[in-house]
Design a protein around this ligand. Sequence first.
Ligand SMILES: [Zn+2]
Length: 180
Amino acid sequence: MAKKEIIYEFDYDSKFLNEHNVKRLASDLTNDADTSSKILDCLFTAEVTDEQIAEVTGIKLNFVRKILYKLFDAGVANYTRVKDPETQWFTYYWKFDSRKAARLIEKEYNKHNEEIKESLKYEENNMFFVCPNGCRYAFDEATDYQFICPRCDEKLEYEDNESIINDIKQHKSPYIVNEE
Ligand SMILES: [Zn+2]
C-alpha cells in the first residue's frame, strides 16, 4: 500500500479495460472523480478493506463506504466478508469487477458513437435555417413557418452547416479502446 506507481492490471481480457476508462466509469457512476479515483488506486494495489482505504487515502470512512456501495450497486465492485473468529466482527475485502466494468464501458462507448453517428447523419441529411437570434430549424420546419422565426418573428436564412459537421466529426467517446 506504499505510495508508488500503481499498475492497473485486469483479470479479464477486454480492449475496453485500461486505467483511463475505469476511472472515467467510476467517476460517472459516483459523480466524484477524485475520491473514486483514489479508491480505485487502492483496489488495484491489493484486496483491501474499507478501513484500509480510509487510512491510506485520508478519506473519511463513511465517505469511502458511500463510494464503494455506489460502485457495488453498478456491479463494478464486490466484497468478500470474512469473520474474525475471536471478535466475531466482519471484515469486508473489496475487489474491482473487471468483467462487469468492461461490459459497462463497452455499452457507453457504443452509445456515444451511436449518438455521434446520428447527429452527423442529421446534419448531413438536412438543410438548416436560422434567425438572427440563433434559433435553428430544419428545412421542413422552416417551410412550415414560411421562413419566419415563430419565436422572434424574424426572417430565417439558410445556414451552411459544414463547420458543425466538421465539429461533430471531431467528437469521440471519452472512453479509449486499447490497441490490439
Ligand atoms: Zn428566432
